[in-house]
Design a protein around this ligand. Sequence first.
Ligand code: ZN
Ligand code: ZN
Length: 774
Amino acid sequence: MKIFNLTTFTFVLLFLLQWNFTYGKHLPLQVDKEYNLEFGLDEKLYLSYDKAKLSVLEVNQRDLYDTITPGRPPVKYGALDRRMGTSDKTARCETCGETLQDCVGHYGFVRLAVPVFHIGYFKQTLVVLQNICKTCGKVLLEEKERRKYLARLNNPGLDDIKKRAILKALNTACKKVSRCPHCKSVNGVVKKVGALKIIHERYKPKKANDVENNAFKETFNNAVELDPSLKFQIGKAQEDLNPLIVYNLFCKITSEDCEILGLDPVKGRPENFLWTSIPVPPICIRPSVAQNGASNEDDITVLISDIVFINTRILHSIQSGETISKFMEHWEWLQLLCSQLVNADLPGVQSIPINMVKIKRGFCQRLKGKQGRFRGNLSGKRVDFSARTVISPDPNLQIEEVAVPELVAKVLTYPERVFEHNIEQLRKCVLNGPDKWPGAVYIRSDKKDEKPKYLKYGNRQQYANNLKIGDIVDRHLRDGDVVLFNRQPSLHRMSVMAHFVIATQIALDNCNKITKKQLKHFFSVCFNKYRKSIIEPGTAVGAIGGQSLGEPGTQMTLKTFHFAGVASMNITLGVPRIKEIINASKNISTPIISADLLNKTSDVKSARIVKGRIEKTVIEDIAEYIEVVIKPNECYVLIKIDLEAIEKLTLEVDIFSIAKSIVLAPKLKIPENYVRIHKPDKIAVNIPMKGDTSELFYALEALKRALPKVIIKGIPSINRAVINEEKDGLKLLVEGYGLREVMAIDGVNGLESSTNHIIEMQQVLGIEAARVKR
Ligand SMILES: [Zn+2]
Ligand SMILES: [Zn+2]
C-alpha cells in the first residue's frame, strides 16, 4: 500500500477517520459544495481545497499553555487553541460549544513564510519540472508535437494505463530537449539531490551556448576574488531549484499546458504540489495526557508547535535581514518538519539537524501497518459473541459442521426465549449454571426494571423452578446451533459461511470395518468431488488466481536464503523474489550466475585461477601504495605493485598487463608513452599536460584518486565469485550480471551455466531458456 501518494484531501479525510476511530463518535462528514471538497477522483489529485477557508484559525503561537494564568489554559492561536476542539473531558469547544463527546473538532492552519516541497508529491514535482522550460514555464515541445500529445490525451476512450504511457512518452521526449522552443533558453537535466532537493544542470552539456554558460560563471566572479580556491568548484555549480523558484515557475504554467501534463487545470494546478500552508488537525485526534500539573503532548502537537517556531524565525529573518546561510538552514529545517508530519521515517533523509525533534509517528505511521488505522482499528474489530482460534481439519466432521471447544461453547451464549416446548430443557441448563456444559449464564425478562439474574451465584434450583414462558435464557452453545465461520483472510465466499456447531468431542469411528468395495466407492466419490471442484463456469479465475498467490505470500516471511557452506552469499527469496519474477525486473537484488567448471573434479587451485579470470580486480587490490611524486623537472603518480598478493590470488597479471590496463582505462585517456615501467614492481604514470600548469596539482590528485579503481583483470560488472563444492564437484557462484562474458571465460563450461536473472537469460540464451530456468 502506497500511503505516500494519498492526496491531500484523502489526507484530510483520514484525519477525520483517525479521529473517528480513536473516539468512536458519530461522524457527520459534511462535504460542503462551497469548499469544493470531493474525494480525489480525477487524477487522484485534488489539492485545491482552501486550507484557510476550511480552518477556524491561523496557528501562529509556539507556546501551548499559558502558564501565568491559573489553570494553565491553552494559548490563543497556539497548537492547542480550544477553537479547534478539545481533548479535555471537562472543557468545551470554543467554536461549536460542544463537549469532547459531541464536538467533531475543527481545523486550523499554519501559513508558511516560504513554500516547501510536499514529500508525497515530490516525484510528481520532479516530473513536471522535467517537462517544462525552467525559464518560461512552457512545456518543452514544438507546437506540432504539443498538439499531437494534446489530441492523444483528449481521446475520449483513454484509460488510465494508456494515459500513463502517453505521459511517460511525453516525459521522455521533454527530457531530450536542451533548448526551449518558445524562449530559446538552455534546459538541462533536472534531478533529485539528497532527499528533498532538486537541481537543474542547465549548463552541463558542453555543446550548450558558451555565451550563456560564461555569463553564468561570471556571476561567481566576486566570490572567486574573495576566495581563489573556489575557482575549481565553479565547474560543478548548478542551478538550485528551491521550493520558491519551483512555486513561481509552476504558477506560470498555462491551463492548456496543465492538460498536457495530465493535470486538471482547475482542481489540480501544479503549484498545489507544494505546501504554502499546512493544515493543523483537530485536537481530538492528538489528545494531551494531563499528568499532575504538567501534560504529555502528542507527536503531532509537538511538531506543529515546532513548525510555528521555525516559521516565525524565517518570517523574522525575511523582515530584519539575516545571513543567507542561516536563512537556508531554517528553510531546510522547515522542509524536514513538514515532511515529518506526513511521514516520520523521512525516507532518504540521512542527516537530521541535532537540535531538531525526531517524532515517531507521522500520519503515514498512524495509518499503515498492522497497528495502523486500517488493519489495527478498521479491519481487525473484535466484537461480542465471537471467538478466535487456530483451526485444523477433522475428518470426522461433516462439511457443514464446525467443532467448537467446550471452553468456547461455555462463553458464547445464545439468548433463547422460553416456550412450552423447551422449558424443561432450559430448566436443566439453568440448573447446570455457567460452569457446567450445557448450561446457561443469565436469565432475563422483558420487564425493564427487572435485572438479569446471573446464574453463577444464587439459588439455581429456585431460578429453575420459577422459570416462566417468555423469559430469555442465555444458554451455552450446543450441537446444531448455527454460527458464522470466517477463516481469515476472507478472500472468497467459502471464507465466510454458516456452520452447524458440534460442541463436544466426537468419538472416533472404528476404521476397520471397511471393505474393498467401500474403499472403491470412497475413492470414486473423492475423485468426482475433486473434478467438480476444479472450477465452475463463470468463476472469476483472475481474482482467485491473484488471491491464491497473495494469500501464501503473507506467510512468506523468510526473505533470504543462506547458501550452506558458502561464505556470506545470500539469495533473495519469498515475496521480494516473486515480485522480481512477476515484474520481470531489470535490476534484481541478488543476481547470481552459476558457472560449471570444465575441470570440475580437479583441485581448488585451478578453480581459483578461473575465479581470478572472472572476478573484477582493480589496482587497489594489488597495490602496496600509490603516491604523487613531485621532482623539479617532472611529476608523476607512482604505483608499487604487491607481487606477493598477485601470487596469492593466483591472478594472471604481470606488470606489463597492468600498465596496459592503465593505458586502456576508458575514462583516464592516458597516452601509452606516459606510462613507464620500473622493474620489477613499480609503474609511473605521467600527466598529459594541457598548457595551463596551475591545475597540475589538482590533476595529479585526481589521477591518484582514479588509479586505484582501474580494472586490471576480470569482468567489470562482477564483484565477487565464490567457489562452491557440490555433489558432482566444484562450481563457481558469480555475483552480478554478465552471463555472456562468464560463459566465454576460459575454464568455464558455457553449456552448463545459467543465471537467476530472467531477462539476461532471455537475452543470452533465448526465451525458452529463460522460461525453463526458475
Ligand atoms: Zn467544536
Ligand atoms: Zn522557455
